[in-house]
Design a binder for this molecule. Structure first.
Ligand code: GDD
Ligand code: MN
Length: 393
């Protein structure tokens, strides 16, 4: 196996040192002379108007090193991925990883890094807000110093955050303080999406990453088995010119999910926690609708209770779709079909709930405990079944 690969490599266009014997050594020699030293990972969603400019800037500032760029695009409707492939036809350092039916900044960065073979990996936004001219410096620091990761920071002394509004700056500051709950390091800008690390540092933590939401750096630090050695380099966060930010209010929720996963994820799946919180909110909706229909509008109790049940199930479904399963969000007809499977699953869950609770109650378990046991069984059932059938993608 190795032998034939080696022969193929040996006979291919670029000559390899003849002194090296055919075999594994040849594979090693030829690989080390051809692969890029640095992979720049660029997560993109609807960045068509920024891609070419970024490529040109990378070509300019990385002229001295062997590099490639991997755009990880989540099937942007503006066809960012196609544009990247078109550029790649003329320059084979420009690569595209297109993900279909998926969303998520962190998971895009992780998959991009895993698609590379380079010893050094950088992550930078595709909207030109990060200062790409810092990349050669980052690489030099990584090579020379005993450091695992170099981070571009917006908060180093004397730095101003040009690209952030006042409210964004305040939120960012608060999120930074919250991150101390899970971080094992005093980072000035743990929310940064701009950094470069050694492959080994990624490999040590890659299986423990949560890959939830936007904050890949927090995830990397919190998932590393031992504290990462880091260096921070200040840069000025630029204002976005083309396209728009995807960091909406739901990014706050995914950040909370990430922190929860890091804090309690080893005990209980964070999605189940989210699912249960949504379920709890469903009870509020149910009681509100019931009160409105039964006490105010004065329909029959049976009708009021039925409508309230459907209203709660629908709101639970819609909320889970945007919060708990945001990365697998259903739209259009898939949404409708998802609602059907969710409602059916929860219907069976309700039967299981009542069944278990009645069984326990009949066996002299206190009513409140029997009721809670029923709720727990119902919730676990609903979660398990809808994970498999409703948000199966
Ligand atoms: N593949 C993929 N999937 N890319 C995404 C997604 C997604 O779901 N959402 C956003 N992106 C890409 C954008 O296209 C952009 O290239 C980059 O991720 C950053 O997204 P923005 O929407 O521009 O985020 P921001 O400017 O508000 O915040 C960024 O900078 C902050 C400071 O460094 C993010 O990187 C934050 O995480 C970071 O804190
Ligand atoms: Mn941005």
């Amino acid at each position: 196996m190795v032998d034939t690969t080696a022969k193929k490599l040996a006979s291919s266009a670029t000559p390899i040192s003849p002194a090296v014997p055919i075999g594994q050594e040849v594979v090693k020699a030829s690989l080390s002379s051809r692969g890029p030293e640095l992979s720049v990972i660029v997560p993109t969603f609807k960045e068509r108007d920024n891609v070419l400019e970024l490529v040109e800037r990378l070509q300019k500032c990385l002229a001295g090193c062997s590099w490639e760029v991997i755009f990880v695009d989540d099937d942007s409707p503006d066809e960012t991925a196609q544009l990247v492939r078109d550029i790649g036809k003329r320059d084979n350092r420009i690569r595209c990883l297109q993900r279909i039916g998926r969303r998520g900044l962190s998971s895009a960065c992780v998959e991009g890094m895993l698609a590379s073979s380079a010893p050094y990996l950088a992550v930078i936004d595709g909207d030109l807000q990060h200062d790409e001219t810092l990349l050669p410096k980052m690489l030099a620091v990584l090579k020379e110093e005993q450091t695992d990761i170099v981070i571009g920071t917006r908060y180093a002394p004397g730095n101003r955050i040009g690209g952030l509004s006042h409210s964004r700056a305040a939120i960012s500051h608060f999120a930074t303080r919250l991150s101390r709950l899970v971080l094992k390091a005093e980072l000035s800008d743990p929310m940064s999406g701009f950094f470069m690390l050694r492959r080994e540092a990624l490999e040590r933590s890659v299986r423990k990453l949560s890959s939830i939401g936007f904050k890949i750096l927090v995830d990397l630090f919190a998932s590393s088995p031992h504290p990462l050695k880091f260096t921070e380099l200040p840069y000025e966060f630029r204002t976005r010119k083309a396209g728009e930010s995807k960091l909406d209010t739901q990014a706050v929720w995914s950040y909370v999910m990430l922190l929860m996963d890091k804090l309690i994820g080893h005990i209980i799946p964070v999605r189940f926690v989210a699912f249960s919180l949504v379920g709890g909110f469903g009870v509020v909706i149910h009681l509100a609708v019931l009160t409105l229909l039964f006490s105010v509008v004065e329909t029959s109790f049976m009708t009021a209770q039925s409508i309230a049940t459907f209203a709660a199930m629908t709101s639970n479904f819609a909320l889970n779709n945007v919060l708990t399963y945001r990365d697998k969000r259903l739209r259009g007809w898939q949404w409708v079909w998802g609602w059907v499977t969710f409602t059916l699953a929860c219907g069976v869950g309700a039967l299981a709930n009542v069944g278990i609770a009645s069984y326990l109650f009949a066996r002299d378990i206190r009513w409140i405990l029997a009721g809670l046991a029923g709720i727990l069984v119902g919730a676990v059932w609903n979660y398990a079944v809808t994970t498999v059938y409703t948000w199966k993608k």
